[in-house]
Design a protein around this ligand. Structure first.
Ligand code: HEM
Length: 337
């Protein structure tokens, strides 16, 4: 199969809304922070289609573009990869888990051949053709975390148990929503979630930590997170490292009142206990949909406006939209909200 044939198999951009992982249950009226984790499969139906049949969402015809952006950032800023001492085996574990999963989920596009500790990976969409020996860093062109990050759209985060708690000890993150992997790596769950209102005080962090500590090895879970982003649909990288690039997007959008371009930013996080090392993943796949797109689906339009307008001030401030949520939601609902 040629790379072009494989790209055709990915499907067209027309199904963007149909595949969007809408982050709210149908009957949700008010949003608060909870430990809402659900089994990862099967998929979920939404008002516009459905999503979530596979752990990795390649993104249809957007996949090559997302991966080009990931590869650009990784090359320009090696600091997006942070691995604490002793985490290399977990990175190999993560690589093998995902390559196996991809080959099973997308057999027309990707293949993994195994022979003992020797592997051969082919990704017909991106043109990757790589033999490697598990655990032998010299057999890959890069380290295993970087290799995987250049094949799948998810940001990769690994958590391990040490000193009586879970710590974020390795990651390769290019699409963080206003946080920084190099700042957060090595932190405990309570330290990471310190800036988030209510989380530690309402024992959400400790419940989340209990859930992750007891995560079974044979079940994959996921969770959705969301916010609004004034940066365009193609600006996935709104990490703190890039603040000078996107910091002016909000004042500009507010000044122009260009509410249709405002993005709902949805993060689907997968929790997987890796089979060889027991490390736990918190991999984040980021999706965007503009208010203009959301406006075309009445159930989504009305629910988003309700949730955003009802959100308590401290949460709306943390999420960054407290100052502009009213005019934005008035545009979305043509003043009916
Ligand atoms: C069930 C487990 C977890 C729950 C329920 C949870 C919950 C949350 C919530 C509610 C937020 C605020 C997001 C927003 O409103 O935009 C948040 C932020 C965040 N979480 Fe978690 N989380 C969990 C696990 C983790 C893990 C394992 C990691 C790291 C490996 C992590 C890293 C982060 C980071 C980096 C932020 C951004 C913090 C900042 O603004 O500086 N979370 N989390």
């Amino acid at each position: 199969m040629t790379t072009m044939d494989a790209t055709l198999l990915l499907g067209g951009p027309v199904d963007h809304a149909a595949r969007l992982p809408w982050p709210f249950p149908d009957d949700l009226e008010q949003f608060r922070y909870w430990v809402t984790v659900v089994r990862a499969r099967p998929g979920r139906a939404t008002a516009a289609g459905g999503w979530g049949d596979t752990i990795v969402d390649l993104g249809g015809s957007e996949y090559p573009e997302i991966m080009a952006e990931r590869r650009r950032i990784v090359a320009a800023d090696p600091g997006r990869r942070r691995v604490m001492p002793g985490m290399e085996p977990a990175c190999w574990d993560l690589l093998l888990y995902y390559l196996r999963d991809l080959a099973l989920s997308f057999p027309q596009l990707m293949e993994l051949h195994e022979d003992g500790d020797r592997f051969h990976w082919r990704n017909h969409v991106l043109g990757t053709d790589q033999a490697f020996v598990l655990g032998d860093a010299s057999s890959l062109p890069t380290d295993p975390l970087t290799f995987l990050a250049c094949e799948i759209p998810d940001d990769l985060l690994l958590v391990r148990q040490r000193h009586g708690g879970l710590h974020f000890d390795a990651g390769l993150v290019t699409f963080a929503a206003a946080w920084s992997v190099s700042f957060d790596v090595g932190m405990s769950m309570a330290e990471i979630h310190g800036p988030v209102p209510r989380l530690n005080a309402e024992q959400i962090t400790s419940r989340a930590e209990r859930f992750l500590t007891n995560l079974p090895a044979d079940q994959v879970y996921r969770r959705a997170n969301w916010t609004l982003s004034a940066s365009g649909s193609r600006k996935l990288d709104v990490s703190l490292e890039e603040l000078p690039e996107w910091g002016r997007d909000i004042p500009l959008l507010v000044r122009e009142g260009n509410w249709g371009a405002l993005q709902l930013r949805i993060e689907i996080e997968h929790f997987i206990r890796l089979p060889m090392t027991g490390a736990v993943t918190f991999n984040i796949r980021t999706h965007m949909a503009s208010l203009e797109q959301i406006k075309t689906i009445p159930a989504w339009r009305d629910q988003l406006a309700r949730v955003v307008l009802e959100l308590p001030e401290d949460l709306a401030t943390y999420k960054g939209f407290v100052d502009y949520r009213e005019p934005a939601m008035a545009w979305l609902t043509d003043g009916r909200a």
